[in-house]
Structure formats: structure tokens, C-alpha cells
Design a binder for this molecule. Structure first.
Ligand code: F0G
Length: 463
């Protein structure tokens, strides 16, 4: 790698060819919008949002190369040429043998869960992700968190907070037996922990352990390229390796992967299930025609598959990933300097405000992270997302809330969308809310849907 270049700024490695105007609203307009949305940022209209940091999912800007690929969509029902491009790209960069396209990540999670999990089984994972865990539960499985303890501590600066704790995994095997564990899900990076990476050493160790016990390893490869960047930056022996090389080595320690292409892969829609095992692939190919579409399109248009194939190529470019993570680090450093409590170290796709420390006077049952996300919108028109007790949902046995240790607000950066000036405005807005934090009151939930409640729940301000 070019050492000289490392010292320079992460400046966006692209120039802007098409623009979309942003709308600035007044505080009165925002209060009206927030009330209408039941204090849930998922229920705001995009039109009423100034800088949208709700998610990095499907919100990426595509390149001219990807847009050109959209015109080459082969919209045949069966055997589209774009499917074969995508298959080649997945084989080349991720190294898996077989590909089943899906409409997005949860489509792949649904299929793998239904195939491998039987009622009464246990599925360990390095912290849960909302849709992943729900599909495991709907298949009759019980999720078991085996992430290292450091991940639950927002101030702990462990460089690989996403790592699996092998002692926890071993304890689970002893408790329930390896035959009750169809696979382990490893998120790279771990979204709910703050976009935290897993080290190569840990992936290798998990692989070894699981091979011994005949447990499959399934990666949630949604942000695997971001994980590869952290390995390059932080792990001994990887500084001179390419992102593509690191990515492929990561995948080599697994039997398959679910993918939400809407993140790393720089597209607006799409996902896949990738597998090495022919038998599992055969079943997946059978199921996909029931739930998603024929096995050569899986719910996607040909043009979407082409854009994703091209996005894979672009995602592993060093300049791209360095600027991508550089932008997040830039915001993180400014907030840290201002004394705003955030999850450290700063992760791959977002800054996570620590709502427990930001609003210590708001009890967890008064939804501190939900409250903070609402206040930030009211202050500035910036939209963020709750990742705390609302997202955690309820325990299906006891009916009580899950009480996660982390109560976070996620400022998630879409790839290639916002500039450094937008980053500055975001920091200023968070600081303004921080300055008046002691006067902020919590919320009560007035409507709660049965599944994935955070999407549609409604709240009112406590008097
Ligand atoms: N796995 C991870 C780690 C994710 O972050 C997501 C989506 C999924 C799976 C599901 O993929 O949305 O394509 O069905 N995360 C989005 C987010 C929604 O905002 O973090 P999907």
C-alpha cells in the first residue's frame, strides 16, 4: 500500500454528477411531523427529513458504471445474463460456490433458517440482529448470544468487539449438545454492537471449534467489506493485504453467507444466500421459487442483479472503503472531542450515541434512545434510528421486554451520499441537543405491533 497516501485526508474519491435537493423545515413543521409519526423516526415521511441517517440500507448512491449496467438488464424470466454476472462476482470475491439471489437480506435469512433449524434447536450468534433472530425464532429455534462481554460495554475500546467468546460457545455445546446447534451466525461487522468488527484470528478459531463439533458457520456478510477494512487497519499481518484478499479469507472460514446487498454492495435493493454445500443449496433453490422468485432472479429485476454485481467490484476498492469508514471516523472524532457519549471504537457504518449516558435521567422503560432520536429530529431535521429496548422487542416466553445493555441512537451514513459539510451540520445538531439534555423528557408507548415493533410502534411524550 502507498504509505504516503495514508497521511492524506479521506476526501470523497468521486465527484458529483447528479444532485437531489434537500428540504429545510421549520421547528413547527418538524414538531407537527413528529407528532403525526408517533415519535417514531421510521414513521416520518422522507420529505420532512433534511439529512437522512436512518439507515445505510438501500440508501447508497450508485456509480455511473452501475447505472450503465442498469441499462443492460436482461429481464428474461429464466437464465438472465445478469444472474450469471452476479454469480461470477460472488464466486470471485466471496469465494462461495452456489448463489441464490433474494429480494434482500431477510429473504436469505428466512430460507436458511427454514432449511437448517428444527423446533427446539439453538442458534448462537455474535449478538442478535432483528430480522435474523426473528427468522430463527419463527423456524422454532432459540437465539443464544455468544459475543464477548466487551461488546455490551459502549466505552470499552477493544479493537474487535464483534468477536465470538469461545467459552460461551463451548458452554452452549455442553448444555444442549452439538446436535441441537445447526449453525452459528457470525455478523461481520456486528450492527447492533455499533458496527464492530470480528478479527480473522477469531473467525479461524470459531471455524476450528465448529468443525470439531460439526456445526456449520454462516456469515451475515452484509457489511463484510467494512469488516475486512478493520482487519487491514488493526490486525497484525494484514496491513499489506488487499481488501479483496482479506474478504475472501474471511469467507473461507464459513459454509455460507446471507447478504443484504443494500449495504456494502452499493445498491438500493437486493440480497443473496451463498453456499458451499450442494444439499443445502438444492433445498434453498427449491424454497426460493416459493417465496422470492425463480432461482435465477429471486425477486430481483435483471438490472438490479447487474448493479449488485458491479457494486461488488467497487466495494472492495481501497479508496472507496477508506473514504467510507473515514467519513464515520471524522464524525466520531468531532463528537468525542465535544464530550458527547458515543460507542467506542467508532464502527463501520454509523456513529452510535450512547443514550443511557446522554439522557441518564430517562429510565430504560421510558425509551431513552427513542427519545433522543426524536429530539435530534426536532432540533435539526436529521433522522436517526433507535437501537435499544424498542428494537430488542419482547421475550416470546415471558412477554416482558428484552432489556438490552445497550441503549443506542444510530446515525447511519449511506455510502457516497453526504459530504463532509453534512457531517459538520450533524455534529453541530447533536451538540445542540446535548447542551439541553437535562430538560428532555422520556416517552410512553401507545401502540405496539406484534413483530419487529420498532418499525411501527407509536409513542407520546411523558408529561
Ligand atoms: N443483517 C444485518 C447485519 C443488517 O444490518 C440487516 C439490515 C439485515 C441483515 C437484513 O437485511 O434489510 O436487506 O432484509 N439492516 C438494516 C439496517 C435494515 O438499517 O441496519 P435486509
Amino acid at each position: 500500500m502507498d504509505v504516503q497516501r495514508k497521511k492524506r485526508s479521506w476526501a470523497e474519491p468521486y465527484k458529483i454528477k447528479v444532485v437531489e435537493p434537500l428540504k429545510v423545515t421549520t421547528r413547527e413543521e418538524r414538531q407537527r411531523a413528529l407528532t403525526e409519526a408517533g415519535y417514531n423516526t421510521f414513521l416520518l415521511r422522507s420529505e420532512d427529513v433534511y439529512i437522512d441517517l436512518l439507515t445505510d440500507s438501500g440508501t447508497n448512491a450508485m456509480s455511473d458504471y452501475q447505472w450503465a449496467g442498469m441499462m443492460l438488464g436482461d429481464e428474461a424470466y429464466a437464465g438472465s445474463r445478469n444472474f450469471y454476472h452476479l454469480e461470477e462476482a460472488v464466486q470471485k470475491y466471496y469465494g462461495y460456490k452456489y448463489l441464490v439471489p433474494t429480494h434482500q437480506g431477510r429473504g436469505a435469512e428466512h430460507i436458511i433458517s427454514q432449511i437448517l433449524i428444527k423446533p427446539g434447536m439453538f442458534v448462537p450468534g455474535n449478538m442478535y440482529f432483528t430480522t435474523t433472530r426473528l427468522h430463527q425464532e419463527l423456524a422454532g429455534g432459540t437465539f443464544v448470544d455468544v459475543i464477548i462481554d466487551e461488546a455490551h460495554d459502549p466505552a470499552n475500546e477493544h479493537p474487535f468487539k464483534g468477536n465470538v467468546d469461545l467459552n460461551k460457545l463451548e458452554a452452549l455445546v455442553k448444555r444442549v449438545g452439538a446436535d441441537k446447534i445447526p449453525y452459528i451466525t457470525i455478523g461481520v461487522t456486528v450492527n447492533m454492537a455499533g458496527g464492530q468488527p470480528v478479527s480473522m484470528e477469531n473467525l479461524r478459531a470459531v471455524r476450528q471449534f465448529c468443525q470439531k463439533h460439526k456445526i456449520r458457520v454462516i456469515l451475515d456478510a452484509t457489511r463484510a467489506v467494512e469488516n475486512a477494512y478493520f482487519i487491514q487497519a488493526r490486525e497484525n499481518g494484514y496491513q499489506l493485504k488487499s481488501i479483496a484478499g482479506i474478504l475472501k479469507e474471511m469467507c473461507s472460514y464459513s459454509d455460507g453467507a446471507t447478504m443484504s446487498g443494500k449495504k456494502d454492495l452499493l445498491v438500493n435493493i437486493g440480497g443473496f444466500l451463498a453456499l458451499n454445500d450442494w444439499d443445502v443449496f438444492e433445498e434453498a433453490r427449491n424454497m426460493v421459487v416459493v417465496y422470492e422468485g425463480l432461482h435465477t432472479y429471486g425477486g430481483l429485476a435483471g438490472r438490479d442483479m447487474e448493479a449488485m454485481a458491479r457494486g461488488i467490484e467497487e466495494s472492495v476498492q481501497q479508496d472507496h472503503i477508506r473514504a467510507r469508514i473515514g467519513q464515520i471516523e471524522y464524525v466520531g472524532e468531532k463528537l468525542r472531542a465535544a464530550g458527547v457519549p458515543i460507542v467506542l471504537p467508532v464502527g463501520g457504518h454509523a456513529i452510535f450515541l450512547d443514550a443511557k449516558r446522554f439522557l441518564p435521567h430517562v429510565k430504560q422503560v421510558e425509551f431513552p434512545a427513542q427519545t433522543l432520536a426524536a429530539e435530534l429530529y426536532l432540533e435539526s431535521g436529521i433522522r436517526s434510528m433507535e437501537r435499544g429496548i424498542v428494537s430488542a422487542g419482547r421475550n416470546k416466553e415471558t412477554g416482558d421486554h428484552y432489556y438490552p445493555k445497550l441503549e443506542l441512537v444510530r446515525l447511519t451514513f449511506p455510502r457516497r451520499v453526504y459530504t463532509q459539510a453534512h457531517c459538520d451540520v450533524t455534529v453541530e445538531a447533536v451538540e445542540e441537543v446535548f447542551d439541553r439534555r437535562s430538560s428532555i423528557k422520556g416517552l410512553k408507548m401507545v401502540y405496539e405491533p406484534k413483530y419487529l415493533r420498532f418499525f411501527q410502534a407509536r409513542f407520546e411524550r411523558l408529561a
